[in-house]
Design a protein. Sequence first.
Lengths: 229, 229
Amino acid sequence: MKQGTRQDGDTRGTRQARSDRSREQILGAALDLAVVHGYQGTTMAAVSTASGLPIGSVYWHFKNKEQLFVALLEHCYEVWKEVHSGPEGLRRKLSRGIAGLSGADPEQYTKEEALLKAAAVWALSRQLGGLAEDSEVRAAYLRMRAEMFRADVRRITESLPADVTRRFPEVATKLTVMSLALTDGFYVHANSEVHLDLDFGEYADLAAQALEGLVAGFARRAAEEEQQR
Amino acid sequence: MKQGTRQDGDTRGTRQARSDRSREQILGAALDLAVVHGYQGTTMAAVSTASGLPIGSVYWHFKNKEQLFVALLEHCYEVWKEVHSGPEGLRRKLSRGIAGLSGADPEQYTKEEALLKAAAVWALSRQLGGLAEDSEVRAAYLRMRAEMFRADVRRITESLPADVTRRFPEVATKLTVMSLALTDGFYVHANSEVHLDLDFGEYADLAAQALEGLVAGFARRAAEEEQQR
DNA sequence: GTCTATACAGAGATAGAC
DNA sequence: GTCTATCTCTGTATAGAC
């Protein structure tokens, strides 16, 4: 969709639109590449080629590689917030996070969400192969991760029985940590265990069973204490 | 095991010993660096400096960076096999894998084991920031991971009630996958969630509870079916 | 076997014409 | 705003003296 230059009239809006489109093209190309190749594996040259724009344009829109990735993460986080705006219990969360890994349903598991999962791995602090300890990308990601975590805790809290959350206020946090660990763990598994291909739907169910078992345990204890009074 | 030629004196054993020591120094330096900096983050120059040997010596002992890391993984795998030779149930496995992450007890969680965990992340196939798809290091790691997985399944099987494994033979595999996912997930968590520092001992216990709950569920079903006959 | 110097490639980033 | 040419730095790997 390129566009001829014009010298007079209403070029302002057009130029602005062209610039915006270029920016989006660059971000889109970066997203595609980063999901596949990671942070270090995504070169600015490759972004330039994939976007169809020369390297100079990439650096015109983004100060450097770090800023490009910060912008990319922000874009992905915006998408995440839209997608995860509704209520979401443990089972649904695990289903999305684990079963979605098969990549069967792109509606359920967007490229943007895949990138955020991948970023979790880049951010491994003792793993500078990804992001440097003091990287702005890392800082941006950790901020987002913290926010996503809090949002998850809120939604998990809402999905739990009232007596459980009353008696054990910390249980929602614990369950969120567990479900996050499980989805991250299966992400690693999904991408490294080439031979053994798992039925992720089945494991999502198993994981949900396991966590629901924990909830049931807490509920039982809450009920018992209630009786003793 | 290469060997210098010599014509006199008892330098033979000495030279051999020196060569072996150099090799070990290089591997040791690579281990220290790789655990912290990852595959790409560990440069041959850094290995050279840390080992105290010049870059030429590093390349004399190892053909290239890939072969160095293959050798390193093999070393770590040997250590793993020694450490994990005894029986190991679900709870113990999770305790080692999750509680060990705090790094409190180096006896329980060796540098070698930490490297194998880190390698799981490097091997992410869609994450070439770590290892290339066709990397020999990646192939070596996946082979080891498969072997470790099978060993885990054997030990988990031994730790389960006999009636459960008889009725549901696949349950040991499922539990092994779940525990692997949990340990990998907590590894990611441990290294990225800087603000929220978790009590990993507590979460190891919670994870064990969750999986034991699953076992109990299978046991109940096995018992019920037994009765109905 | 050990070491120094260096070749070579790839990646991030900039200059400056258009 | 867009593009080409190029600089610089870093990292892998090799050549060859000792």
